[in-house]
Ligand binder design. Sequence first.
Ligand code: HEM
Length: 412
Amino acid sequence: MTNVSFDHHSPEYARNWRRINADLRDRCPVAHTDAHDGYWVVSRYADVAEVVRDDATFSSYFELPDGSHHATTIPVSPMRQVPIEMDPPEFFDYRKLLTSRFSPAEAKKWEPFVREATAYCIDSIIESGRGDLILDVASPVPAIFTMALLGLPLDGWQVFSEVTHSLIHSAPETPEYVTAMGNLLTILGQVNEVIARRRVEPTDDLISHLVQAQINGRTLADDRLMEIITLVIFGGVDTTGSLIGNALEWLYRNPEQRELLRTDSDLLPKAIEEFLRYFSPVAGLARTATRSCAISDQKVDAGERVFLSWSSANFDPEAFDDPDEVILDRFPNKHQAFGLGIHRCLGSHFARSEARIVIEEVLRRMPDYVVGDAQPYPSIGVVNGFISLPVTFRPGSPAGSTLRLSLVDEPG
Ligand code: HEM
């Protein structure tokens, strides 16, 4: 039996994703669903790895004869993102442009800035003894960092943080979504202005790097730059915020582990890998079969959509001992939370250092936080996180962050 009732956007999946994934892995590891015009769901670790590594057979951007396209989300997003929605050989030109700006050394260079941004955000709530770990900290820090990385004016960080968060969790047509879409257009307008300025007078930011970059001897058109920049924004902000939010919510419910991490921050890097595995903030992404083929003996036709469930692969008992347990020092931990193969997450070093710094600072400055009415995303779709995470804690003193959020061009 290959036909199942499955929709990764459904509220039921958001509530029970670990159970539903386990059921699929056991019963029907390559299953077909009729949701969203039909797609295959691949849920075992080895099968996901095999598909994702065969980028010739499983495309990240597939044009249909009628000119419409299939990319990496189901349903397809109206905005193309690059290089995630591109195949070799073109893909490699773009990936190469970006790698130097996303290296471990770059992540290290940005750490003092991320720490300042974290201090700034915690300072905004520390004296009151109450706040929201998502809205005041976990969403703003990646937002401020991403703006600084790109070279956008930081004084718009609140709207930027709000837009990147709201567009991920609110359903289309809701007033919240419509407002966020309107604000996104304003932000993209600002991005366009910065692109134009950097073309004339480049600085050291990512947009300057991109406007000067060349492929086959030609600089990139504005539309292409936008496709890259929107990926950095939507790939980097709510994903990282969701990792941090999930980890902090879990640590509240597991006070002994919270105390352990607070007193032994050397454990944090391994713990973050485990949070990446256990929460899989990007639950899954898609490919399109370019030819008739088989995934683990299941025939798949050319043009069919294939959903790679990283969140299921990350709980496969064939790949992890005691997958349902959070083991903070789990090693080795070859999770697929950042994907695998040629499209493996470019921002992983940034995500890791942001998560490490924010979690460390929250545990240091608000060690006794109590979570109130946590609101998980009603639908996962792509990102699995919390809408809000209200907290109370013993008030403290501001750290006196020196970050001036009206500054544009300086990484700290
Ligand atoms: C916890 C945080 C994050 C998670 C879970 C995550 C997850 C992923 C995954 C699963 C992919 C693979 C996509 C595929 O194979 O189709 C990916 C790609 C990508 N991510 Fe991340 N990501 C995170 C943070 C970031 C950050 C902070 C940035 C940038 C600042 C970023 C930028 C990108 C880019 C540019 C790609 C496309 C790479 C390519 O196509 O070659 N991500 N991410």
